[in-house]
Design a protein around this ligand. Sequence first.
Ligand code: ZN
Length: 849
Amino acid sequence: MKDAAPQPIYLADYTPPAYLISDVHLTFRLSPSATRVLSRISFRPNPDAKSGEFVLHGENLTLISAAIDGAPVSPQMTDTGLTCDVPDAPFVWEAEVEIDPAANTALEGLYMSNGMYCTQCEAEGFRKITYYPDRPDVMAVFTVRIEGDDPVMLSNGNLVAKGDGFAEWHDPWPKPAYLFALVAGQLVNHPGSFTTCSGREVELNIWVRPGDEGKCAFGMQALKDSMRWDEEVYGREYDLDLFNIVAVDDFNMGAMENKGLNIFNSSCVLASPETSTDANFERIEAIIAHEYFHNWTGNRITCRDWFQLCLKEGLTVYRDAQFTADMRSAPVKRIEDVIALRARQFREDNGPLAHAVRPSSFVEINNFYTATIYEKGAEVIGMLKTLVGDAAYYSALDLYFERHDGDAATIEDWLQVFEDATGRDLTQFRRWYDDAGTPRVRVTDDFADGTYTLHLSQNTPPTPGQDNKPPRVIPVAVGLLGSDGDEVRATEVLEMTEAKQSFRFEGLNARPVPSILRDFSAPVIIQRDTSPEERAFVLAHDTDPFNKWEAGRTLAREGLLEMICQNEDPDERYLDATLTMARDDSLDPAFRALALGLPSQDDLAQALHDGGTTPDPQVIWDALETLKQARAQAMQDTATRLYAQYQVTEPYRPDAAQSGARALANAALGMITRLDGGAQAQRQYDSADNMTQQLAALGCLLQAGNGDPAVAAFYDQWQHDRLVIDKWFSLQILHARPQDTAAVAERLTRHPDFTLKNPNRFRATLGALTMSPAGFHHVSGAGYALLADWLIQLDPLNPQTTARMSTAFETWRRYDDARQTLISAQLDRILAQPKLSRDTTEMVSRIRE
Ligand code: ZN
């Protein structure tokens, strides 16, 4: 145990800030190891405050001087900053501090990335820049002067002056400190412009390192599309004359919505056909939209405190998903999102890290940028929209923007807007925000005298700190299919509010086949015993694309579970139904590619665990291999036909149509490779002119055990491109045999291009290890030890990324005693490190409990 266990803070303890700020003037004198930050802040007592104590946050700052109303003061230093006696009236605080960006490897506050200065302030990074009330409910107008010799010096808002060695910025919109940003360096811009719906011209720029200019066009188009979409769908216009995006190589997360100056992990903005896959393009478009949409849902309306994080994140994820659905294919986007939700959020909700969409306590807020806050937060909004209907949803949003523009708001404010706009009582709905855990909905049915009845019962297993879960309101979208496959009842949303409830459908001629939870209308687990024949029937006939896909996925999962538990052969019904589906050229190729996917190793492990069986990762891997081999055999002719038919001959475009064709052709290539040992994959590798084709072929070659020459050639070709080399690191690990995974990863950590300082590279290597369950959980324990070794090395440099990656261990209680012993020894070894960060301490101790 640690001597001083970090203390949680509680939502219930919220108190308003003692002082408010009118405006802030900051001057930065840039120098890599000794940057000076001068602040001049106009404070006034908050009439709504309960205490009058003047407290400023500060971390790793050297205070040079401080003054109040021009008179020097000597503040009292505390663990988290300082306090000071202040007048009982408005006053001006001035301070000068020194900071060391070059030594900042945590990538929070002001740091250096490849010689460029940049900042990351969400959630609590601003306190590493200067003394400040670093909380989102303190909003202020910022004026920033940057002094230095970099050719480009950027901050939030509009440029008001620029001269030799300085630049001055002014952001007219009051904002919390977490939205502050500064960038300075040798950057080049890809320019653009946008005319808003009211006719204002906005200057757009994507700033990159010289050499990356050619990778900005796609991001620029995505930005313009996002700006237009938010005007058309939500009536939200951009509110400054300038919008800047900067790409940085060293970044803990995907991107950050700083007002007027979004900062992106370069992997989430730079794109070119030669270096980025179709999936990369889709993700980049979504992240650019996400950060842009934050301008209204996050910046204009921000969060009162960090417990309300889902207020901006859930809503903004929901909005970016709507955007992607509109830009591309709505069903494909929905299926992709559900796959990701189950892989990350259900996993979290069913383990030791489960927490509510709005948690009531935390130790380190960095640890709460989770799938639950983001993805489940978005699902909750989707349910709200389903329950109130589209028109009421948009009028509630209009009211939200009107009522709360400029506010630091709460979930109560958000729900109040919906209650006022719709007249609905949302008391029970609130449980989605307050209660953790994934509800199980058990479904049985009966049919008599033309009436079909669905009996639903709900139950949510306990999660840490929450034993009892009262019933929630669950929108269950249901349609009914007739025996010839026709839809005999269109989709209807059943509103489940009780623990047990029955719903009747009258006037039917024969017993229908139900299609339940269409479009995945709620983030729940449906439990229903049914036959493989019925799954195959739904796969063949459902008009709801999500449930059509789901039927195939369930059929595959159930067959795999039988292979795993009863040593059965691959399920013929699955093979037949899949073959029919794959051959059906009336279906979108992208849909077919998704329907050819199989449940992940982790999904199967969770399903086994839920059914009371201890999963053996090697047995799961073997079953998947056996099924893939059998499927390749059964689909040989079809795979050859699809591969030829869906070759794209036009010039590369990363749009939905071309990406879907490539996805299906590459799924076919995977099957072909299982029979030809990689001959076709080698031809594709040799002739590929885009990264999607090249990487898919490389994956197939590695899978076939023939990857060495291509691995070497790939490195030679791309060694100058760090983002492509990240792919090279991951792929070798992801495609290793389970018994080799840890050794391959270990060898790559000794490669000269491996570095602890770049989170992308660290994730490409150690993250890939954890994403290969059979390899990571190999009985030798080598995977566990390797990950723990590197987490221990990374923690002193970068706590945030270390803590995030420690979640690889969150499923450990599922496994057998031998593995649990191995894992708990590694968790204890991590916890025993002297000076372990607060981030990692919180995460690993919650996992270890
Ligand atoms: Zn966000």
